[in-house]
Design a protein around this ligand. Structure first.
Ligand SMILES: *Cc1c(COP(=O)(O)O)cnc(C)c1O
Length: 391
């Protein structure tokens, strides 16, 4: 009897909620129409479902339905926001500001733009992962066109002060984009109160399907211009062509609709589980908490373990729990996470790091098992260490 490891990698992706699947199924079957078909019932049904989904998503972030552009996920939304703004505003200026701890789906488009002649400032973070707002303001120049700062970090869970960043950007008339892939449905997001101009979203981090996301694009005060990155039939008001993926869109909206009302109570439950896990594993010597102690995603715990080999640690944990390490396997070789390096960790410490992503379907019993096995694994690895050192 092989038991599957406890799933604690909810920042990588989440299981699909059964209620989301149920909502999606009719749109694979009888309601298979193309939302752009205006001449018959099949098209109208799909169009009605897309319209309702757009409304749900808009309400969740205090936007209007016309400001939601569906994409294949947050990667595409980030690319559309960053490259789309760069192309539309390059006559105004060619300087962009972002942060060293962003997701690669933000860093890579920025580096690509550098290769085209744009200038990008990659702001450092303080030791708990937050940006320095004074440094941000100092980095803004007359030719700055965009600031891109993520809402919640996918590795260390840190929540950046969106409203403060929005206010700074607005006062300098610079557009503000935020990658909210980890934030939607987990913390409250309000594009008006936070003065956000562009926001990337995805469904599969909140128990929705993979392959669907959205970009919020502000239409008023100011109206954001965006150059499309995918040309074709002119869908999504010309900003993103391609036949809309109705079942995924319905699933995305359902996932958001389920998450929002339960956000506060779920945050409390997850915070309690996280704190319990941390209180147990912090009893070990030389275990460091990565990120901010409070200003972080409720379900995120990220720790670095001294005097332990990262690869051996992950191998020891694997039979019992599915977690991520501080290594980013972007290609064939293992590199330490750029986020942990930005926190000024050395290479070995960054590699000996574990990200726990606690989610909707985890419970206290699982946390107990995980904590116990984690402590046991580290103790035995350290015993082996000292034994070999004595030889
Ligand atoms: C998961 C994630 C992405 C990528 O989203 P996809 O929908 O998988 O393309 C981008 N940014 C952050 C912060 C993420 O966590």
């Amino acid at each position: 009897m092989s038991q599957r490891p406890i799933y604690l990698d909810n920042h990588a992706t989440t299981p699909l909620d059964e209620r989301v699947l149920t909502a999606m199924l009719p749109y694979f079957r009888e309601h298979f129409g193309n939302a752009a078909s205006i001449n018959h019932l099949y098209g109208w049904e799909a169009e009605a479902a897309v319209k309702q989904s757009r409304q749900i998503l808009a309400e969740a972030i205090h936007a209007t339905p016309e400001e939601i552009v569906f994409t294949s996920g947050a990667t595409e939304a980030n690319n559309l926001a960053i490259k789309g703004v760069a192309e539309a505003y390059f006559k105004k200026g060619r300087h962009i500001i972002t942060v060293q701890t962003e997701h690669n789906a933000v860093l890579d488009p920025c580096e690509y733009l550098e290769s085209l002649g744009f200038e990008v400032t990659f702001l450092p973070v303080e030791k708990e992962g937050l940006i320095d707002l004074i440094e941000l303001e100092k980095a803004i120049r007359p030719e700055t066109i965009l600031v891109s700062v993520m809402a919640a970090n996918n590795e260390i869970g840190v929540l950046q002060p969106l409203a403060e960043i929005g206010a700074i950007c607005r006062s300098h008339e610079v557009l503000f984009h935020t990658d909210a892939a980890q934030a939607i449905g987990k913390i409250s997001l309000d594009v008006e109160a936070m003065q956000i101009d562009l926001m990337s979203l995805t469904a599969h981090k909140i128990y929705g399907p993979k392959g669907i996301g959205a970009l919020y694009v502000r239409r008023r005060n100011p109206r954001v211009k965006l150059s499309p990155q995918t040309h074709g039939g002119g869908h999504e008001r010309g900003m993103r062509s391609g036949t809309l993926y109705t079942p995924q869109i319905v699933g995305f909206a359902k996932a958001v609709e389920l998450a929002i009302p339960e956000m506060d109570s779920e945050a409390k439950r997850l915070t309690k589980l996280r704190q319990d896990l941390w209180s147990k594993i912090s009893q070990l010597d030389d275990v460091i908490l990565n990120g901010h102690p409070i200003q972080r995603l409720p379900g995120n715990l990220n720790v670095s373990v001294k005097n332990v080999d990262g690869a051996a640690l992950l191998l020891g944990l694997q039979p019992v729990m599915a977690v991520s390490s501080g290594a980013a396997c972007t290609s064939t070789k293992t590199a330490p996470s750029h986020v942990l390096i930005a926190l000024e960790h050395d290479r070995d410490l960054a590699l000996a790091s574990v990200r726990f992503g606690i989610g909707r379907f985890n419970n206290q019993e699982e946390i107990n098992t995980v904590a116990e096995h984690f402590c046991k694994t580290i103790s035995s690895l350290r015993t082996i260490n000292t034994a070999t050192q004595r030889l």
